[in-house]
Design a protein around this ligand. Sequence first.
Ligand SMILES: [Zn+2]
Length: 182
Amino acid sequence: MKCPYCGYTDCKVIDSRDVDDGVRRRRQCLSCDSRFTTYERLQPASLFVIKKDERREEFDREKLLSGIRKACEKRPLPTGAIEKLVDDIEAELYRLGKAEIPSELIGDMVIEQLKKLDHIAYIRFASVYHEFTDISALKEEVDTLLSGAEAPPGQLPLLPEVELAIKGRRGNRKQGKVRSRR
Ligand SMILES: [Zn+2]
């Protein structure tokens, strides 16, 4: 494993633990002592993506991740939200149990997920994937989003703490665990 800081090709593993779908290893460069983390996961049987021009390309998780990252650039998303989105989509793709999957299907899945996660990222991604045929189609979609019919829960709340407090209280009430202050 090459050191991401100095490029030295040897490192030692200082910690290793099982995570959800693989192994997380904490490593230390033998040259500059920098520490970094690697994840090792099982590579399932190959999955191919059918492009619009009928070409086949092996499914590339990193490529998908970087496309979504671009769409989410500078958006106030919780740490790990993008990775989780990609994990979910990847898992769903393998669950389909098909050797080949049309790229449009993957694009649609991403668009659906982003719509729930962040409206700006959704519009960016959908624009890149030519979801909108022209500017009026784009305006229509933005209008729909603004009408609030499909606002993601907790999308940029004005006062996050207040909203969380309200949600928390509601949650407690449901479970009948409202604590009275004394
Ligand atoms: Zn190094």
